[in-house]
Design a protein around this ligand. Structure first.
Ligand SMILES: [Mg+2]
Length: 168
């Protein structure tokens, strides 16, 4: 008998926003598809492609906002990107830890425990790579470029990884 699907079966996907969904650093004559959105008085350029990719990724992953936007991600992004409902989000200690590790790692660890996880971010550092190598659960880091953010190639990589995970 096949197992009924429930959320615990999917790996987690931690989703950064700036440099992944909110793009920057592109040439003014090479602006990707998307639109400007006013977020608390600051203009952000939201990628149309990211808006299309996220619902698809939600079929393979439990999505979690992993951004300095924290809870504000839910105030703006589900509406602007036509995403279903609010998503869980991480909150971060304001000062980076003494270890010099990436400032998001403690919160990711606390949320993920021993679950398999992927993390897409434009600021993956050597400290993140070392942390991923130390994790005992499967861990995939997906770096992005801020002018393009989340692309179809990233989606293919993420879907492939999730598929291998559930079939291994
Ligand atoms: Mg970022």
């Amino acid at each position: 008998m096949s197992k009924p699907p429930h959320t615990g079966d999917k790996p987690l996907l931690f989703v950064d926003i700036d440099g992944v969904i909110s793009l920057f650093g592109f040439e003014s004559d090479r602006r990707p598809a998307g639109r400007w959105v006013n977020v608390d008085g600051m203009l952000h350029f939201l990628s149309a492609a990211a808006g299309e990719h996220l619902p698809r990724l939600a079929e393979s992953y439990d999505l979690v906002w992993c951004s300095g936007w924290e809870e504000r991600a839910n105030d703006h992004l589900p509406h602007a990107l036509a995403l279903p409902g609010p998503l869980p989000f991480l909150s971060f200690a304001r000062a980076p830890g003494d270890t010099g590790a990436h400032w998001k790692l403690d919160a990711i660890d606390a949320h993920a425990g021993q679950r398999p996880l992927a993390w897409i971010d434009d600021a993956i550092t050597d400290a993140c790579e070392a942390w991923a190598a130390r994790r005992r659960a499967p861990t995939l880091l997906v770096p992005t470029e801020p002018p393009t953010g989340l692309t179809a190639a990233h989606v293919a990589t993420l879907e492939d990884w999730a598929r291998r995970l559930t079939h291994s």
